[in-house]
Design a protein around this ligand. Sequence first.
Ligand code: FES
Ligand code: FES
Length: 165
Amino acid sequence: MTDNSIKISVTVNGQHHELEITPFETLLELLRNRLDLTGTKKCCGEGECGACTVILNGRGVNSCIILAAEADGSEVLTIEGLGEGGKPSALQQAFLDKGAVQCGFCTPGMIMAAHYLLMSNPHPTEEEIREGLSGNLCRCTGYGKIVEAVRAAAEAAGKAAEDER
Ligand code: FES
Ligand code: FES
């Protein structure tokens, strides 16, 4: 490590890490290169496509334009942190069930953006889903199946909450 290295601590998917990073390292590079969390994808590297979306302190962000140093003391959730016991989350399963995954490159970022959308708005309209995912680009699906998957996951979560009452 060089003299200008920076020590940070960050919690990723519930696991605490103490790391030495370089000043211009991005959060995306930290996740992929240091923690081997390669589910988060790099595509444009400029904050334009959403492939690198993660949840940072409860907000959906493009990790390619966040410096790792900015994440010091933060909590990060990545695609690997969804689901439990090796099983996909309901949202991940809905993407599979509705055929919303084709080449899959956009999928982790799309799911994290959808996860953030449903955290902040559990019952989104179709327009709100399209708006919520507007920063995430997909070259394959035409978006219809992605919107359907998010709506199905939201409906299933709403029904599950009603059944618990
Ligand atoms: S890779 Fe980060 S927004 Fe495209
Ligand atoms: S599934 Fe291929 S880019 Fe979205």
